[in-house]
Write a protein of this length. Sequence first.
Length: 294
Amino acid sequence: MKKRANVESAAEAYLELLASRRVEYFFGNAGTDFAPIVEAYARRSAQGQILPRPITVPHEAPAVAMAHGYAMVTGRPQLVMVHVNVGTANALCGVINAARANTPILFSSGRTPLTEGPLPGARNRQIHWAQESFDQGSMVREYVKWDYELRMGSQIETVVDRALAIAKADFWRTGWTGMRLGIVAYIVPFVFVFHPALIFEGTWGQILAAIVTASIGVILLGIGCAGYLFRPLGWILRAAIIVAGLLLLTPPLPGVPEIVTDVAGLALGALLILFERARAHSALPQPAVSLREP
């Protein structure tokens, strides 16, 4: 369900998104880069809007520790925001602890203004140059799942949702999913070893046949491993499609002509695809038809 919010700044949009994504607490150790956040809190609070509860923490280390503990108890990541550069450095030990404990935290830091001169929000104090970081994310990159520097307010929803999704993702499930989707890449090199025609050793007919069968075999194997064809597949169909792919990729067997396994793989793969396409089509909701008498 989409919700439209009336906001006047990126900071207000940020707080609105955090509240809508069930981020209950905003643990902060503020600096000069917090001014838009403070103004957004004042404005949204005056309007009676639901906001993450702001907790002012005297040092960055306990701020991260508080978010760490809350996430351990509830399983929900909370926001920690610190001052640019030195604030990020002070928070680093807490970030390492959370990373090693696989505890989700939404960690953010301010940055020095991008512009100089008379533009609104431009640099106007010596500290804005002194605390500039060429790559602030490099301080934490080894210990976080994902980092991004937000420079356009229009990206806020995408960035916040992506950060929360990655933070809450189970690392075992993510790893197994990645292996399942990438397993074809591990098999392809062996296909080249057992099918020399793929490196153009043989007649043009053998080369063409090898390219076609290997390509279809890889596609079928990918479908079976991913478990999706027009819609999610059951385990029996997945296993059958994997068998069809392996028949097309298998090396020549003693006493069995290679064309036999290729034809069997093509036939089985085509039959399964047509069967699943028909099932997926029949499962689609049919439009209501009203019959009127002439």
